[in-house]
Design a protein around this ligand. Structure first.
Ligand SMILES: [Zn+2]
Ligand SMILES: [Zn+2]
Length: 332
């Protein structure tokens, strides 16, 4: 099977012909139709997110058709249209797993163990598969399995109230979906970006206001009246710290970006306005199902650059330069 492999840190991504595997007990094989390219893939390419070995098959936003079942698989059927999320199964024995919180398991089974979706076929745990709603096309569905899932969890983690004004900070693959989720939920929305060239497309995606940040991010948001919620996908931690100043009283800031630097937080600001700063990742599976349904209803539409699998290296390089608008998807 044609497979895109990462040959090493900052090494080229190449197409190789690897043997197609059969699913083991509790696993399924999927004929991949599309797989999104995530910022985390780029972190892996840079060596910020360590992989056990190279060459490695990445891709954690895969969707496709189930074409083989391992022993004991009951819920997933041949021909099902599914996608696979990052954590496919917990170890089953740790405290988190006993509490049915496999997302916190320290030894989960993920794409790292099973191989990712940048290939014609992939193996996944049955428990990692989620059915796609009818009518949702492959390339639109793919980015929802990490980007869409992440921002839906972020939105829920912000404990949004009706009437809240919601800002999204960092308008990339995650941010452009967070904006559409907030709009679909009926909020007045603010898109905050450093890229003036994104203004028009962000308005089309549902931004009631677009703030182009030149200096202090919080001042820029405060200047337009402040917001109740900030959904941040920005990995500029200085900017995140500044943006806290854009929150109204009892505002909530949810951070979803991976980074190596601390977020500078002013304690007096936090207590004076009783702000909440919360981290958020891929949370409950119901968040994924919710964003899939929003997309099937046409309320969330990923804006995509679609590449054949053979152009995997070009897609990585465009993402690395910040050129992708707004999510790259690879089609084997
Ligand atoms: Zn566990
Ligand atoms: Zn991801």
């Amino acid at each position: 099977m044609r497979t895109a492999v990462m040959t090493g840190i900052r090494g080229p991504n190449e197409i190789r012909d690897l043997p197609r595997r059969d699913p083991g007990p509790g696993q399924v094989r999927i004929r991949v139709h599309a797989c999104g390219l995530c910022g985390t893939d780029l972190h892996a390419w840079h060596g910020d997110f360590s992989l056990p070995s190279f060459p490695a098959v990445l891709g954690h936003e895969p969707v496709g058709t189930v074409d083989a079942l391992g022993a004991g698989v009951t819920a997933v059927r041949l021909g099902d249209r599914v996608g696979v999320s990052w954590t496919q199964r917990g170890c089953g024995r740790c405290r988190a797993c006993q509490e049915e919180q496999a997302k916190y398991c320290g030894q989960p089974v993920t794409w790292v163990e099973n191989g990712g979706g940048n290939a014609e076929y992939m193996i996944a745990e049955e428990t990692g598969c989620t059915l796609l709603p009818d009518g949702l096309d492959w390339v639109s569905a793919a980015p929802l399995f990490c980007a869409g899932f992440t921002v839906m969890s972020g939105y829920r983690n912000a404990a949004p109230r009706p009437g809240d004004r919601v800002a999204v900070l960092g308008m990339g693959g995650l941010g452009h979906l967070a904006l559409q989720v907030a709009k679909a939920m009926g909020h007045e929305t603010v898109a905050a970006t450093r890229s003036p060239d994104k203004v028009e497309s962000l308005r089309r995606l549902g931004a009631d206001e677009v703030v182009v940040i030149e200096g202090h991010a919080g001042k820029a948001v405060r200047d337009i009246g402040g917001v109740d919620v900030i959904l941040s996908t920005s990995n500029d931690m200085q900017q995140n710290g500044e943006a806290l100043w854009g929150l109204r009283d009892e505002g909530r800031f949810v951070t979803m970006a991976i980074g190596n630097d601390p977020i500078p937080v002013d304690p007096n600001l936090m207590l004076g306005k009783q702000l909440v700063l919360k981290g958020s990742m891929l949370n409950d599976r119901k968040d994924l199902v919710e964003v899939l349904n929003l997309a099937a209803a046409g309320k969330v539409r990923p804006v995509l650059e679609v590449y054949p699998l053979e152009q995997v290296q070009r897609a990585y390089e465009r993402l690395d330069r910040g050129d992708v608008r707004y999510r790259a998807v690879l089609v084997p």
